[in-house]
Design a protein around this ligand. Sequence first.
Ligand SMILES: O=C(O)c1cc(=O)[nH]c(=O)n1[C@@H]1O[C@H](COP(=O)(O)O)[C@@H](O)[C@H]1O
Length: 274
Amino acid sequence: MTKQELFEQIKKKESFLCVGLDTDPNKIPAHLLYEEDPIFTFNKEIIDATADLCVAYKPNTAFYESLGIKGWIALGKTIQYIKTYYPEQFIIADAKRGDIGNTSAMYARTFLDDLNVDAVTVAPYMGEDSVSPFLSYENKWVILLALTSNKGSQDFQLFKNEEGQHLYERVLEKSQDWGNDENMMYVVGATQGKSFEAIRKYVPNHFLLVPGVGAQGGSLQEVCKYGLNTQCGLLVNSSRGIIYADNTIDYAEGARNAAKTLQLQMAKELEAIL
Ligand SMILES: O=C(O)c1cc(=O)[nH]c(=O)n1[C@@H]1O[C@H](COP(=O)(O)O)[C@@H](O)[C@H]1O
C-alpha cells in the first residue's frame, strides 16, 4: 500500500486507528477454547466488529510464535482473512526483527513475501545492512523503532552524544539515508508526549506508528497536538484496550465500542487537517 492510499483510507474512515491483535489464549473468553482454532475465531470476530473503524491491524507475532505451529497457522489465517475480506486494511507484522544482512533477508521474506503483510517492525540497532533487506520489496514498509513507549526507552534511546543529540534522533537522521517517507515509518510511543515535537523536526512527512494509548496510559490528544502532519502521519495503535474491553460472550461488541470511542476522538482531531 502506498502512503497516498493509506491517507485516502484515513480520510474516508475519519480514523487513524490501528487495532493490535495481541491475542492471548489466557485472556480470551473461555467459551472460545472449545473451538478448533480459538485464536483465529477470536481475531475474526474482532476484525469483523472493528474493520469499518480502523485503517490497520497489527498482530504482534510474539503472541502467535509462543504457541508454536498452531500459533503460526492462526497468524497466517488471520492475515489471509483480513486480505480477503478487508483488502483496504494496512497489515503490520509486529516482529521487531533485524540481524546480519543474509538473516534479515530471510526475515523480510517471511513477513513481506510469504505472509505478505504491508509492513514489519524492525530494530535499528544493527545498522544499515540489517534494515535494507526489508526495504527491497515494492510497496512494503519498514517501521523502525525510534522512541519506544516503555520505561526502558530511557536506557539507550535517550543517550546523548557530544553534540547533545539523542540516540533515537540519530536513528531518525541516519535511517533517512536508507529509506524515505514512502517506505519507512517510525515507532514512537504515545507515552512520549512532547517528544513528538522534536521528532517532527527530523521527520516532518513520515508516518509514525504510535502504540501506548489505552493500557499504557498515553494521551491521544497530546500525540495529535505534536504529531499530526498534513497527511495525518499517525497510526495510533491500541491492543488490550480494544480486544479485551469485554471478556464476556459479547467481547466483539465491547471491542467495537472501545474502537468507536477512539475513532470519534480521531475524527475530531482530523478536523484540524482535513
Ligand atoms: O512496536 C510496537 O508496536 C510497540 C512499540 C512500543 O514502543 N511499545 C509498544 O507497546 N509496542 C507494541 O504495541 C502494542 C501495545 O499494546 P497495548 O499496550 O495492549 O495497547 C504491543 O504489541 C507492543 O508490543
